[in-house]
Design a protein around this ligand. Structure first.
Ligand code: GBH
Length: 492
């Protein structure tokens, strides 16, 4: 172990981008205000509230549509370099099939938001799509429609056009896995389609094509004048082998390919296309199951080339990890599905601290293991950690010592990565404030700031972790002994 003195000498470079992240549906509220159209999360939470743990929705959430100046003030209090936020598609294009019918009130909102950030030298990083699809496009098939890439490119062009003079860091999609596996192949995210056999894979193909269209649109038509960068955000857990055996190593690789490789490999690998071993397994199983072709659709040579290399950087949402075994810890997967295709066992150690979310454990070296793995795999692309964070139950309140431990652990990993030569350019905490945690409603909270959802004003109060994060950002050093002297927040 490194002594605390030696650790204190390890610094983040001055140009390392520290930030915090949020997403439109989770914070904005104002779901039907000023011409905004209906999204799939509006529809789903209104018509099927029982799917949400506490039967709540994002109709009001943290009400950031009205509180955005306070949100930017919080970023100033924390002394952050950047703010990652997402743009609501139905707020910009309530009639999404008429992409030139732009909702001016929606544009005004994001203009005000972005200008408020720039006023204080905060770098905006915009997510073009973070799960709030216009319901109208879902009615036409959503991400399963072959039209989807065209719809998405139209929308992306609108936001580049409106905001690209000021936004220089763009990401197309947030977390393909959550949309495709859990939304189309499962029933844990809108649109809850549960098309287990092919939903995930058809979604993945259309998403990759849509991403590539939006990337090339930016690269060809906006980058020359706007000079920004465009990437994608993929959620990647660290997945390691349970033992050093060849079988467990192969099982872990297969699971990595299934969980994130199907989205990352076509974009970031040298050769492009879906990951080889996994594609072979799905093809083989599909035939055995009586399908005419592989359930994982082919990419034509032209599509493969179009998608390959469509990035300026890789955004990674990283929270946790687990170990994989070829034979042990398996659970039955009765139906054709991604989980059955990568039919491996998953092991989670009792030593890993649990959070308020069942999927989130504190895995001490996961960020380091992951980023060094990706460095070698994809030739060291520029990487931003676009989300990283820890959930607590509401009762935890303001003294969130486990979250502090999580951030110190993750950021120590980040320093290890910098020393190992990983091209890591920034780190965004999830989340700036408590927000609507999808099907968990308001029962699992990730905020550096607590939000009093019962109050009219949706009052924000800094947690202890906010002071610790602020100190790290200010000094560029992780002091393991730092304790805030009081809980009074100021703008330095
Ligand atoms: C992110 O998802 C989201 O981008 C963000 O909106 C969200 O609020 C935040 O993180 C916290 O959850 O895979 O079947 O076990 C994090 C990704 C979401 C991955 C939940 C694991 C659990 C379902 N995680 N998911 S499953």
């Amino acid at each position: 172990a490194v002594s605390s003195n030696a650790q204190q000498e390890r610094r983040f470079p001055d140009d390392f981008l520290f930030g915090a992240a949020t997403a439109s549906y989770q914070i904005e509220g104002a779901w039907n205000v000023d011409g905004k159209g209906e999204s799939i999360w509006d529809r789903m939470t209104h018509t099927k509230p029982h799917l949400i743990k506490d039967m709540t929705n994002g109709d009001i959430a943290a009400n950031s549509y009205y509180n955005y100046k306070r949100d930017v003030e919080m970023i100033r209090e924390l002394g952050l370099d950047a703010y990652r936020f997402s743009i609501s598609w139905p707020r910009i294009l309530p009639n999404p099939l008429a992409p030139y019918e732009v909702n001016q009130a929606g544009v005004d909102f994001y203009n005000n938001y972005i200008n408020e950030m720039l006023k204080y030298n905060i770098t905006p990083m915009a997510t073009i799509y973070h799960w709030d699809l216009p319901q109208k496009l879902q009615d036409l098939g959503g991400l399963l429609s072959p039209m989807f890439p065209e719809w998405f490119e139209h929308y992306a062009r609108v936001v580049y056009e409106k905001f690209g003079d000021r936004v220089k860091l763009w990401t197309t999609f947030n977390e393909p896995r959550e949309m495709c596996l859990l939304g189309y192949g499962g029933d844990e995210k809108a649109p809850f389609l549960n098309l287990t056999d092919i939903g995930t894979y058809y979604c993945a193909k259309n998403l990759l094509l849509a991403h590539a269209r939006a990337y090339h649109a930016y690269n060809n038509d906006f980058k020359p004048t706007q000079n920004g960068e465009c990437g994608i955000v993929i959620n990647i857990s660290w997945i390691g082998p349970l033992t050093d055996s060849e079988e467990d190593n192969y099982a872990a690789e297969l699971k990595r390919q299934a969980e994130w490789g199907i989205y990352a490999e076509p974009i970031f690998s040298e050769q492009g296309g879906f990951p080889k071993e996994f594609a072979e397994v799905v093809a083989q199983k599909s035939i055995e199951q009586g399908y005419a072709t592989s359930r994982l659709p082919e990419l034509t040579e032209e599509e493969r080339k179009f998608i390959q290399g469509s990035f300026d950087f890789l955004g990674i949402n990283h929270y946790t990890g687990y170990l994989v075994s070829a034979n042990e810890y398996k659970t039955a997967n009765a139906v054709p599905s991604l989980l059955d295709d990568a039919d491996v066992g998953v092991y989670i150690s009792d030593d890993w601290l649990p959070s308020a979310s069942d999927w989130l454990k504190m895995v001490p070296d996961s960020l380091y293991n992951l980023l060094t793995h990706l460095k070698d795999k994809y030739n060291n692309p520029p990487v931003y950690i676009t989300e990283s964070g820890w959930s607590e139950v509401p009762e935890t309140g303001l003294i969130d010592d486990e979250r502090i431990l999580f951030y110190r652990t993750a950021l120590n990993n980040a320093l290890d990565c910098l020393e190992a030569g990983v091209n890591l350019k920034g780190y965004m905490a999830w989340s700036l404030m408590d927000n609507y945690e999808w099907i968990a409603g308001y029962t699992e909270l990730f905020g550096l700031y607590e939000v009093d959802f019962k109050s009219e004003a949706k009052t924000r109060t800094p947690r202890k972790s906010a002071f610790v994060y602020k100190q790290i950002v200010k000094t560029r050093v992780i002091d393991p002994d730092y304790e805030p002297t009081d809980m009074v927040m100021t703008i330095d």
